[in-house]
Design a protein around this ligand. Structure first.
Ligand SMILES: [Zn+2]
Ligand SMILES: [Zn+2]
Length: 173
């Protein structure tokens, strides 16, 4: 089996683009993603299993759960779509409205998972609940009281491991 390791080529005489170890020159990002998907590699990290959300900061690719494989990426995409369908804003708002005092993301995610009787790892509950809590934060229903765990210098990327929020005022349901 030919190895397909795709790496970005920057600032060379050939211009920007990507090279693959199989010898294929990929003119741009779209071609690189196509080549990755043809060879069952994750189109987000191009099979490297690593992503760089901010310059100089890398972590396991969230699209393919750090596997670099296209199959895992598709499975994960479907799971994210299913989670978005199953876990709704009114549902999260309902859990939050019954919560006394501050709460962690993981606590709300656990409550939702229990409420839906989902086994752990069945759906990406945490990321979906985080998105909805951030939406509630934007509308002023809740506010974050935890300090960012990791604040990346020079970017607006803020990573929270298990942020904590509090209700701003009684919710009008
Ligand atoms: Zn290749
Ligand atoms: Zn990936």
């Amino acid at each position: 089996m030919t190895d397909h390791t795709i790496t970005p080529r920057t600032g060379t005489l050939l211009g920007d683009g990507y090279d693959c170890t199989c010898g294929t020159l990929l003119a741009d990002r779209v071609n690189a993603e196509l080549h990755a998907s043809e060879h069952q590699l994750c189109t987000s990290c191009l099979g490297s299993a690593v992503e760089e959300p901010a310059a100089g900061f890398t972590r396991a690719c969230t699209a393919c759960a750090g596997t670099g494989r296209r199959r895992e990426q598709i499975t994960w995409q479907l799971a994210h779509a299913e989670a978005a369908e199953v876990i709704t804003l009114p549902m999260v708002r309902g859990v939050v409205s019954g919560w006394e005092g501050p709460f962690h993301l993981s606590q709300i995610a656990d409550a939702i998972r229990d409420g839906l009787a989902l086994p752990a790892g069945r759906l990406p509950v945490g990321p979906r609940v985080r998105d909805l809590l951030l939406r509630m934060q934007q509308s002023g229903e809740i506010h974050m009281i935890s300090a960012p765990d990791e604040l990346l210098d020079g970017t607006d990327v803020v990573l929270y491991r298990d942020p904590q929020w509090q209700r701003t005022r009684p919710l009008a349901l």
